[in-house]
Design a protein around this ligand. Sequence first.
Ligand SMILES: [Zn+2]
Ligand SMILES: [Zn+2]
Length: 245
Amino acid sequence: MDTIIPFLRNNSFADFAKRLVSEFVSFPCPACLKNMPGDSSGFCSECLDRLPLVKNPVCRGCGAENDGIFEVCEKCLKEEKRKWRKAVALMRMEDYGRELIHRFKYKNDTALARPFGKIAAELLRKSRIKPDFIVPVPLHWTRTFTRGYNQSRVLCQIVSGETGIPVRTVLKRVKRTPKQANLSGIQRRKNLEGAFSVTDGEICRNGVILLVDDVLTTGSTLTAASSALLEYGAKEINILILARG
Ligand SMILES: [Zn+2]
Ligand SMILES: [Zn+2]
């Protein structure tokens, strides 16, 4: 009590309550599940250290680390011209980053959306991209049905909560495409022709849009989604991804 009474006199009750919570309550880190003090909305410091976060300079075509000689990286130079102005990526697709994305995407580990979303929101602030709204890249309904969720949409909701930028689900995946992993860039693009439709063209007109997906590999999915939005008069597309594949 001797320590608490002077503390109460000098601080607001909110500060006192906050300190009390951080001293006596701990939450598991969403990634390693070890208890950490304070709130549960971010990664613990050990997990943050292990994450292969992207360092500057970055490629504006895919958000990955770049040597800074050209505006776009070597991989992007080989791809068709990007339909977006700028891409922002959180991590390199390696080690712990790859493991967490796999859990987030396929293992129902949606608790990872919050810490990822917080990092994404911070990157977005630094990028000076000022989107009118955020659009998740949709899955075909059969895939959402079997997986139970669309990871991009879950991520968008957190980014929206952190930044105040609204989510608009104006894209619909109308064509189910086979797994793209073993296909060439040309085959991927061909598969994705007409894969997306826009459900509300009026909202898109003249809009600055942030399109969100988990991983960018060749960029064909994001290109097809961007094309659909641009056809409806979107003014500018920017991309946010967890990692460049
Ligand atoms: Zn952790
Ligand atoms: Zn690139």
